[in-house]
Each structure stands twice: as structure tokens, then as C-alpha cells.
Ligand binder design. Structure first.
Ligand code: ATP
Length: 433
């Protein structure tokens, strides 16, 4: 492509890319980081590099449903051709499910509502193309072009709550899953910077979370509140040599995928926060998966705490009929996969039993149906039962799955109370304070 006559046209623009990887290799975040470097090397100025996670329930995703947006100042023709060439060169186009999309917006960005829908629900390829045409954005599709959805969503996203991720990459041709990242240094990095960073390790389950086991170029990634914390942690990590490193601004750890729901309006493939009351004792089934049933008085909802959520299942098992909860997670196959739960009330269990005899102090026994109690030693009778309260193993508050089972978008409790918190109308405000 000839750039004659265009070199001096330098503007602020947004570039979005998605769907460049396959289960056999590559990663859109890597391609994005490399694209940012190429743009910089060609004299452009990178203003921001964003990693936007989209609806985690999308069936077309390869891994974490990530898309990349780059805000850059430079020549748009040159930027578009650099991005297109990089996609041609690096995207795993041989894989049937890799369908890249690229967008470049000059004048304005697509509406934030498009990104909201892509994060919480479902968008179409036609909708993404229309969003590009509405703002005169240039775009390119490869194969069926599904990646244009993520590309448009990435540039449209308003990150009202944002965190950071420091991604360290290895050679993209190393298609092995074995990586050398010193676990001791990772644990130290977590200890020194938590809760400024999170999900590097899962101390309770003694696992490393930030090193993938898939054949992609990510060596490890450190998540945290801001670039300072993640850089501090990154500098403590000892690993094999990296080929590329980048800091992304991201919607990870923000609960951006959760919407308020009620049992009457849940849609397959969206993620919700739903209030309810426990109806029956939780059941541990085959494989260690725990089933919790709740109701809103009219409808019922089955909630699942799957085996990988490990110790979180003990929280669910400790719930009892009558406890009031607020459950959060993805609604799939007509059940809600729990990510976190707020226990609103878990009153002590009321136990009704036989009293002690007032005359001789021995335990009385039932005198028969509706006849009260009788002391078998001295014959004293009593109508009043003994009422005691059983201490509960669970108390009101928030509980979450461990780091090893956490979704990219789920906000860890170490970041503070969930911000989406907006009491549903059928509960009084006091319930939530
Ligand atoms: P990578 O992180 O490397 O990009 P991935 O796990 O993000 O891999 P993709 O290969 O990008 O997965 O596949 C996800 C596909 O689903 C993309 O084509 C993207 O445009 C599309 N997609 C994402 N969110 C939605 C949505 N809400 N509705 C419809 N399509 C979506």
C-alpha cells in the first residue's frame, strides 16, 4: 500500500483487534502488544493499550474471550496497513475457528452500549459492521469475520472501573506448555504486593495461577490495581527469558459481566446477581459438585458450586433452609454457576427438644403426641420444651471462589465490596448493610 502524501496526517485514533488465536497457539493480547510496538517503531505514539474481556459464556471463545484496543496518535493509513499485515502474518488462519477482525476509528468510537452488550450478552457480526459504518470507521474481516465483534467492543468500551495486567511473553514459536517461572519468586511477589496485586498464586490450594498451561506465547501475567503494583510484582519474578512485555489497562476483576437479575428473567449465557432464600439443605453430588436451591417466593433457582471451586463449596454446604442470600454467576443450562455469594442472613438454628426435669434434673422424654414431656425417673410432667440455638458455621458477608477458579472478569473481594451493589426492591436496605 502506498503511503505517499499521507505521512504528515497524524491523528488520535483507536484500533481494535480480536480472534487471532487458536487452541494450538497465538494469543490476541500478544498480537496487540506486538502491534503497539510496531506502531511505536514506525514513529506513532501509544496513548493506551487495553485488554477488554467480553462475555465469558461465548461459545466461540478460545480461552478467556479477550479483545484488544490501542489508542494511538499517528497516520491512520499506515496504522491500518501495519495492523492488517501483522494479522496476516501471525493469526492462526489455518484454524477453522480463527476469524480475525480489525477496526480503526478516526473521528469517534462506536457507542459504549455495544461494548456493554458484548460484555454482558450477545452481539452479531452485522451489528458490529453497522456500528463501524455509522462512524465511518475502516474495518477488515478475515474468513467469517466474527472477530469484528470483539474488535468493535474493545474500542467502544468505557472502562468506568479498570485494573491492570502486566503480561510477559515468550517466543510464539515455542508450542510447548512447559514454562520456567520460579514458583518461589511468584509467591514472594504475591506476598509483597497483595492486595495491590491478586491471583498470582492461590495460597489456600497451593497452586500458581498466573502461569498458563496452554500452547500460547503468554509466559505469565500479573494482575493488580494499577501499573505501579503490577510492575513491582513483575520485578520480583524470576523466569526464562521474555521476548515481549506489556502493561494493559483492563476490565478484568471488575464484575463488568454481572447484571441484576430476578428468577423470572434469567437468560441463558448471561451472568447475574440474584436475591433469594435457601429452600433445602445443599447437596453434594457425584464429582463433589454442590447444588444449592433458592427461591424468591414464586420461582426457584438451582445454583452450582463445582468441584474446582474447592473450599468455596464448604461455604455453600454451611447454608441452611431460610438463609437469605444474593448469588452471583453465569446462568448456563438453567442453573447459576456460582462465582461469589453474599449471605444476607444466616440465623442460628432453632432446636426444640425435651427439657430437664425441674425436680430431679434428669432429661425428660416425650409424653406422647401433644402431651408435653414426662420424667421417667420421678414422674414430673412439663408442657414446655427446651429451646436452644445452634451456632452457625457461616455468618453474613461476602464469599468468593478461590483464585484458581476465578473468572477473569470477576472482581476479587480484596478489591473491596462489589461495586455493582444495588439492593433489589423486594429486600429492605437494612438487609445489605
Ligand atoms: P484470545 O484471547 O486470544 O482472543 P479468546 O478466548 O478471546 O482468544 P477468540 O478467539 O477471540 O477467543 O474468540 C471469541 C470470538 O467470539 C471472537 O470472534 C469475538 O468477536 C466473539 N465474541 C466475543 N464476545 C461476543 C459476544 N458477546 N457476542 C458475540 N460474539 C462475541
Amino acid at each position: 500500500m502506498s503511503l505517499m502524501g499521507w505521512e504528515s496526517r497524524s491523528i488520535d485514533m483507536w484500533i481494535g483487534i480480536d480472534d487471532t488465536d487458536s487452541p494450538h497457539g497465538m494469543c490476541t493480547t500478544y498480537l496487540g502488544a506486538l502491534l503497539a510496538r510496531h506502531l511505536e517503531e514506525s514513529g506513532m505514539e501509544i496513548r493506551s493499550l487495553r485488554l477488554v474481556r467480553l462475555n465469558p459464556n461465548i461459545i466461540w471463545k478460545t480461552r478467556g474471550n479477550a479483545a484488544i484496543a490501542i489508542e494511538v496518535e499517528g497516520n491512520p493509513d499506515s496504522a491500518f496497513s501495519i495492523a492488517s499485515e501483522l494479522i496476516e502474518e501471525l493469526a492462526d488462519l489455518s484454524c477453522e475457528t480463527t476469524n480475525p477482525g480489525l477496526v480503526l476509528c478516526e473521528e469517534s468510537r462506536p457507542p459504549a452500549a455495544f461494548a456493554e452488550e458484548a460484555i454482558t450478552g450477545f452481539c452479531s457480526i452485522e451489528g458490529a459492521i453497522a456500528a463501524c459504518e455509522d462512524i465511518n470507521a475502516r474495518f477488515a474481516l478475515w474468513k467469517n469475520g466474527r472477530g469484528i465483534i470483539g474488535a468493535v467492543a474493545a474500542v467502544a468500551a468505557e472502562l468506568s472501573d479498570a485494573t491492570s495486567e502486566y503480561l510477559v511473553y515468550r517466543d510464539a514459536n515455542l508450542h510447548t506448555s512447559t514454562r520456567f517461572v520460579d514458583p518461589v519468586s511468584l509467591r514472594l511477589a504475591e506476598e509483597m504486593t497483595y492486595p495491590g496485586t491478586w491471583d498470582t498464586c492461590d495460597p489456600e490450594n497451593k497452586t500458581i495461577v498466573c502461569v498458563p498451561h496452554t500452547p500460547d506465547p503468554v509466559l505469565f501475567g500479573i494482575r493488580g490495581n494499577d501499573p505501579v503494583w503490577i510492575s513491582l510484582a513483575r520485578n520480583l519474578v524470576i523466569s526464562e527469558a521474555s521476548v515481549l512485555e506489556a502493561i494493559f489497562e483492563t476490565n478484568q476483576g471488575t464484575d463488568a459481566h454481572l447484571i441484576h437479575g430476578s428468577m423470572q428473567n434469567l437468560e441463558e449465557g448471561r451472568s447475574y446477581c440474584v436475591p433469594g432464600t435457601v429452600t433445602s439443605p445443599p447437596i453434594t453430588g457425584i464429582g463433589g459438585h454442590v447444588t444449592l436451591r433458592i427461591t424468591d417466593g414464586k420461582d426457584h433457582l438451582i445454583c452450582m458450586a463445582y468441584e474446582p471451586t474447592r473450599g468455596f463449596r464448604d461455604v455453600i454446604r454451611a447454608l441452611a433452609p431460610g438463609d437469605r442470600v444474593y448469588v452471583c454467576g453465569s446462568y448456563k443450562k438453567r442453573s447459576l454457576n456460582l462465582e461469589k455469594i453474599r449471605v444476607l442472613s444466616a440465623p442460628p438454628g432453632r432446636v426444640v427438644g425435651a427439657p430437664l426435669c425441674e425436680s430431679c434434673g434428669k432429661k425428660m422424654t416425650s409424653a406422647g403426641r401433644d402431651k408435653g414431656y414426662k420424667c421417667r425417673v420421678c414422674g414430673t410432667r412439663s408442657r414446655e420444651p427446651c429451646i436452644s440455638y445452634q451456632e452457625r458455621r457461616i455468618h453474613p458477608g461476602w464469599y468468593e471462589v478461590p483464585p484458581s477458579a476465578r473468572r477473569h472478569l470477576a472482581r476479587p473481594l480484596c478489591r473491596g465490596e462489589p461495586v455493582f451493589w444495588d439492593p433489589p426492591q423486594d429486600y429492605s436496605r437494612e438487609d445489605y448493610i
